[in-house]
Every structure is written in C-alpha cells, then in structure tokens.
Design a protein around this ligand. Structure first.
Ligand code: MN3
Length: 229
C-alpha cells in the first residue's frame, strides 16, 4: 500500500510558499491553512480555528522541534516515517516526540480534510465501500459520532484503511493516530479534544461531531482513497 499522505494530499496551499506535494518536502513546520480562520463558520468559529491553529498546533511543532534539533539526523526522515518507527527516537524524548509529532501530523491532516465547501458526501469507490462496510453513509456517520462520544477524555476518532485493507472507525487517546498505532492508513480524523470545540459547543461534543460532518472534505478523502485502495 502506498503512503497516501506522503503522496496524495496536495500540500501546495498548505505550505503557501512553494510547490509542495509530498510530506518529504512538507518538513516540520506549522502549515498555512488552505482557507481563512473564519472559512468554516458557523460550524467551527474563527476564534477556535485561530487559537487551535496558531497556538495549539504551533506548540506541538515547537515541542517536536526540541527533539529533532537535539538529534538533527532525524530530520533526514519524513514525519510519517518517524511516526511509524518511533524506536529511532532517543528513549528519553520518545514520549515527547510521539505526543507532539503526532499532534503536528494530526492537525496538518485535520486542516486539509475539512473544507468550506459544505455538505459533501463520499464519492466513487469510497462511497461504495462505506455502504458495503457500514450499511449506508448515515450508519457510518452514526458509528463515527458514537466512537467520538465514547472516546473518554482527549483524543481523536479516525477512519482508516486497516491492515486487512478494510475500512475501520476507531477512537484513540491523546495524539495517537493509525500510523503510530501501526493499525493502518488514516483517511479522516476528527479532533475531539475540548480545545477543538469548547468555545462554541461547551460540553456538547455530540453537536460538534454532528456539525463537523458538514465541513468534511469528502472530495479529497475520496480521491485519496482511490489512490491507496
Ligand atoms: Mn487539537
């Protein structure tokens, strides 16, 4: 299976400066968003987006860089390569790296898999396989939201293509993701940390998850699925 994030997410807009299409070129910096901080209103308010992107995500980048700057040869590998092989990180900083490089990946991924072009639905083969695996898009949505609600405390809910080449929804704590867990390739992830929704939704994670479905970039997720399946 090819590494879809490395090869298929178009990071040109994310990077904002030069033509970047591979995670190899993407580096270890805070990306620009492919839209403004207010573009996902009213689903995600602009204050949440701004703080989440420029403060939370930046902090993950800074703490990840502490580890990489202490052992510069690590930068010869890509972010995804490092996440898949944390044993190359010195033991004393492995936990710091896992949490913060995980955070950097997860948020970079989160930004591009959302879009101001609202109310999209899965397309083509992804649509077919979601119907096959979950019964219908509606049932998929219900299961995804349910897993998001059951994720106790801070974490993410992921849709991934698992190691058996099947679609799977799974909740993960903190900044874990399918690469770190070794369970497959991520297709879609929703941040269920309170910082992602608390200003607008307070304790109502269910309403946040339900509304979040309106801003999923299914065009991109479906296109990427074609490439890895
Ligand atoms: Mn977050």
């Amino acid at each position: 299976m090819r590494d879809y994030f490395a090869n298929h997410i178009n990071l040109t807009k994310l990077a904002g400066k030069k033509e970047i299409e591979k995670i190899e070129d993407f580096g270890f910096e805070l990306p620009n968003l492919p839209y403004s901080h207010s573009a996902l209103e009213p689903v995600i308010d602009s204050t949440t987006m701004r703080v989440h992107h420029t403060k939370h995500h930046q902090k993950y980048v800074d703490k990840m860089m502490e580890v990489l700057d202490a052992k510069k040869s690590l930068k010869n590998k890509t972010l995804v390569e490092l996440l898949k092989d944390l044993d190359v990180i010195p033991a004393k900083s492995r936990e710091q790296f896992k949490d913060n490089a995980g955070g950097h990946f997860n948020h970079s991924f989160f930004w591009v898999t959302m879009s101001p072009e609202t109310n999209q639905e899965p397309l083509d083969r992804l649509k077919e396989d979601i119907d096959k695996e979950f019964g219908s898009f509606q049932k998929f949505k219900e299961e995804f939201i349910d897993k998001g609600l059951k994720q106790f405390g801070s974490g993410w809910v992921w849709l991934c293509l698992n190691n058996d080449n099947k679609l799977m929804i799974t909740g993960m704590p903190n900044q874990m993701n399918p690469y770190i867990a070794g369970c497959g390739t991520p297709l879609l992830g929703c941040d269920v940390w309170e910082h992602a929704y608390y200003l607008k939704y307070q304790n109502n994670r269910e309403k946040y998850l339900t509304n979040w479905f309106k801003v999923i970039n299914w065009k991109l997720v479906s296109k990427n699925y074609e490439e890895i399946k």
